[in-house]
Design a binder for this molecule. Structure first.
Ligand SMILES: [Zn+2]
Length: 129
């Protein structure tokens, strides 16, 4: 595996994601290391990159409340391992895949950088139409 990473080859983690253009020598990288992914694949937004090799990803979801026939916003935070080859920064939308526990609170790894979050400003959208 180490020699493959040195040659810049990516290992396909078995997910429908774009392979990173760059290589890295992170053993916990799903493309260039030996981390295997299984389980959930979810999307979220990076809210903190202050830890080493780990980022905080927030996911918001809508939960239906039958009594009021409306949705309430719920959010959950995940500590996620961030391989250096994906170049993830705060505010980026990312796809995570579940893996074995990497640390006490980390059992997800970033598998795709989906780019900047598109902010929908209601006023601007009305102008475009
Ligand atoms: Zn990598």
């Amino acid at each position: 595996m180490k020699s493959e990473a040195a040659q810049g080859k990516s290992r396909d983690p078995g997910l429908d994601v774009r392979l990173p253009k760059e290589s890295c020598s992170d053993p916990k990288c799903p493309f260039h290391g030996h981390i295997k992914v299984r389980g959930q694949v979810i999307e979220g937004v990076v809210v903190s990159t202050k830890m080493q090799g780990t980022v905080v990803v927030e996911r918001t979801l809508l939960h239906y409340v039958p009594k009021y026939e409306r949705y309430e916003k719920r959010k959950s935070r995940y500590m996620v391992h961030s391989p250096p080859c994906l170049k993830v920064s705060e505010g980026k939308r990312v796809r995570l895949a579940e893996t074995r526990p990497i640390a006490k609170n980390v059992s997800f790894v970033i598998v795709e950088n989906l780019g900047d979050v598109t902010v929908h400003v209601r006023g601007e959208e009305e102008v475009k139409e």
